[in-house]
Design a protein around this ligand. Sequence first.
Ligand code: PLP
Length: 446
Amino acid sequence: MFDHQALIEKSKQYLWLPFTQMKDYDQHPLIIASGEGVCLTDTQGKSYYDGFSSVWLNVHGHRKAELDEAIRKQLELIAHSTLLGMTNVPATLLAEKLVEITPPGLTRVFYSDSGAEAVEIALKMAFQYWQNIGQKEKQTFITMKNGYHGDTIGAVSVGAIDLFHQIYQPLLFKSFKVPYPYVYRHPSRDREQCKQDCLQALHHVLQEHHQQVAALIVEPMIQGAGGMITMPPGFLSEVARLCREFDVLLICDEVATGFGRTGRMFACEHEAVRPDIMTVAKGITGGYLPIAATLTTETIYEAFYADYTELKTFFHGHSYTGNQLGCAVALANLELFERENLVEQVAEKAAFIAPLLQELASLDHVGEVRQIGLMAGVELVQDKETRQPFAWENRMGYRVSLKMRELGMLTRPMGDVLVFMPPLCSTREELQEMISIMRQAIEQVT
Ligand code: PLP
């Protein structure tokens, strides 16, 4: 059906892919031609499990009839009109739905097109909120070490993964980076000790600097791109409490964790945390189209609501904000969540795979397996006793992931942490097979 070889040559000649060393791509090119359920098929007809939900966003599988139909129906009306100064039908209905399903207190929805933009908006919104109410010195942010919030300059400024972010340092605004409870790498390896140390460090920064801090941004319950690092229980709720105590806004970045991924609709529900601002993207459209949103409270919204001449308007927007096709498919996605009781199903599937994943921990070079819901990471190490990582140049995570590709599953590692984030609709059999592929790949490569 496709001229595979010609397409490969064109891809090598014309494309520059995101987060990709093109020298690697040239050695291992891959072009996806179609998808069905939890599988993707390349231009040669080889099928793969979508073991990372096409970068953490697919929910109901590919070519889900109800989602396809929602886009077709919307196309018969209109594909896109602007949200500047007006709205459209699906964007309005989706906003109502988002307010209904997100934690209490979030009452306003500001759309954008990607997770990074949703974060960018959250930062500007928090910053301007304090300006608008006259607390002009609150201009900076607190973020967690190893955190990831996207790749635009604002999002990178509150990011803290040196490999991705260090080179842009001169372009970034400063933020306070506090330690994240990475228990496996804490000298004590003790969950409670690690949690207390991190909370103490945060407390210290807040005590010293809260008058200059607009907001703290955090990935709730698990750092994704930082290496699938789960938080000890009680950490997030304590962070939220400290933010309140020191009058610092809390931004929960649910771009990766939102929409059922962790076994709750939103990860902050695990600890009944109510953020002042929440960012969502990825799973919002079931993995179909690029819609994102920043939700906030009435208090923050009201600080912007004034006569135009007071200059309190939020001067931010993108051409495709609130796109009708995206919002229509997002609504259909959320209907399916309800109809299929998907969040409960995720919790059950997570419990089913937990022992299977933990079995991987017995392998010679698996240091730790971390999981919340259908979001898991397998940290590979050179030496299990000492937790010594593989030499960086070894690219162990990358090599194991390439082996998985050969064996029929696609995923992308974060360094030497293998990522397992299957579509939420995956059946038990499919989950079992995917974990088995991961096991074989680890055994064959490490
Ligand atoms: N925030 C978090 C927590 C993420 O994991 C990501 C992407 O992985 C982003 C923001 C950026 O989202 P996007 O890739 O849609 O810009």
